[in-house]
Write a protein that binds this ligand. Structure first.
Ligand code: Q46
Ligand code: ZN
Length: 292
């Protein structure tokens, strides 16, 4: 690991990695002892490694996954779910909540996208909306204190670059390792935010975690992937550049740089699902998807 000027054998890497995650958890006060954590798992290396690490660190961590019904010619959602189920077989004490979008709401994500977007756009914005809604719903329904996602440093740095290039000040104000609980929305944390993507991949391989290598078919050609490539080039020339970029932003943010842009939007309660929504009246954006 060039940025740490460190080379470790497998035994020590498998100790070092969880210790790094624990440091991030402490640094940003992400989790408190005794809390019930819900980990959002996709079947990829980051979320499965995160779940494994939290269990190894002794947190009460359960998982949830959302079957989006995406095929992409290789059964993306089905295969992701199989990987998670295999992970679970080897950890009999852990609990998994499965949300099957088609079984619950009658349509897969590509189907609802075809109907509402009429093929004009990728389904990602809509998919994000569905995922956020379902994660909040499960966290509230089962009384979890906090929701953890597997966003790694590469994800966060790419999001940051995108937000900076477009000066999305509102997004910058809200980009953080921890988003506090708010009017029925679960607290959200990103314990891998200082972990390089390849470090999480190495951990998964060394732990024998069988994860899905392929990305979601809709991720192909995304600007996020392009920004990740740009940052990787920067990293090759200057190891640690990605981490510096993100850490310097968090420091500026903690000094209040974006505070006044973080104007909180007033939330109302959706009359259909009861979740908080920024829609002033009537059903939330999620419920509108399924009402004719
Ligand atoms: S799962 Fe959904 Fe992603 Fe696939 S459709 Fe887009 S948002 S790319 S993280
Ligand atoms: Zn609703």
């Amino acid at each position: 690991m060039r940025r740490h000027k460190l080379a470790l054998c497998q035994t020590h890497y498998l100790e070092w990695f969880p210790a790094q995650v624990e440091r991030t958890i402490r640094k940003y006060h992400l989790l408190r002892p005794g809390e019930r954590v819900l980990v959002a798992v996709s079947g990829g290396k980051d979320s499965l490694s995160l779940w494994d690490v939290l269990l190894r660190l002794g947190y009460q961590a359960d998982g949830m996954t959302i079957d989006l019904g995406i095929d992409g010619g290789f059964g993306y959602s089905t295969r992701s779910r199989q990987k998670i189920e295999r992970f679970l077989e080897e950890r009999p004490g852990a609990t998994l909540h499965v949300v099957d979008v088609a079984a619950l709401y009658g349509e897969t994500v590509p189907q609802v996208a075809r109907r509402t977007l009429r093929g004009r756009n990728k389904p990602c914005a809509l998919c994000g909306l569905i995922k956020r809604h379902e994660m909040n719903r499960i966290a509230a329904a089962y009384g979890y204190d906090v929701l953890a996602t597997g966003h790694n440093l590469d994800d966060e740095a790419a999001t940051l670059l995108s937000n900076v290039l477009q000066w999305h000040t509102g997004y910058l104000a809200r980009q953080a390792p921890l988003l506090e609980e708010r009017e029925g929305l679960a607290r959200k944390v990103k314990p891998l935010c200082l972990t390089y993507e390849r470090e999480a991949a190495a951990y998964a391989l060394m732990r024998g975690i069988d994860y899905i290598y392929e990305e979601c078919p809709y991720a192909e050609g995304s600007t996020t992937i392009f920004y990740k490539e740009l940052l990787n080039r920067l990293e090759v020339n200057s190891p640690g550049a990605k981490l510096q970029f993100y850490l310097s932003f968090l420091r500026a943010r903690s000094e209040g740089l974006f505070q006044e842009m973080a104007a909180q939007v007033e939330l109302n309660s959706c009359p259909v699902c009861g979740q908080p929504t920024n829609v002033p009246t009537g059903p939330c954006a999620f419920c509108r998807l399924w009402t004719p």
